[in-house]
Design a protein around this ligand. Sequence first.
Ligand code: CMP
Length: 139
Amino acid sequence: MSGNRTFTMIKPDAYAAGNSGAILKMIEEAGFKLVAMKLTQLSADTAGKFYEVHKERPFYGDLVKYMSSGPIIAAILEKDNAVVDFRKLIGATNPADAEEGTIRKIFAKSIEANAVHGSDSDENAAIEGSFYFSETERV
Ligand code: CMP
């Protein structure tokens, strides 16, 4: 059975461009409820830990540098079938491949500066949500 929570980050490019409000509006209009949210800036160390699964990938160093380059918004979202539906809403990792109307198609600048993160499984949604939020920081 699919879970009802996923985790997202509005990444430094989208925050810096002033697109956080528009992105959150699209997320809410698609039926997701915000159950935790914070504005923060990651250290390189913390960004490295969050993306540790990509440690061996050639883009890891740049990704860590980019994700710690400015403020981000982290949030846990609730909706039936959250992980799958959220990935549909944000579109493909590379905005060049993303469908029209998706968040990445509208707001992303590149495959790295791709506006938002979305968990790829229920298991990772739980891990990533707990990375940022304690029990008392969620509704
Ligand atoms: P995200 O969904 O947060 O997961 C890993 C991130 O690595 C991805 O979004 C991009 O921001 C970044 N990235 C940079 N280059 C690549 C690449 N070639 N393939 C996949 N992800 C990449």
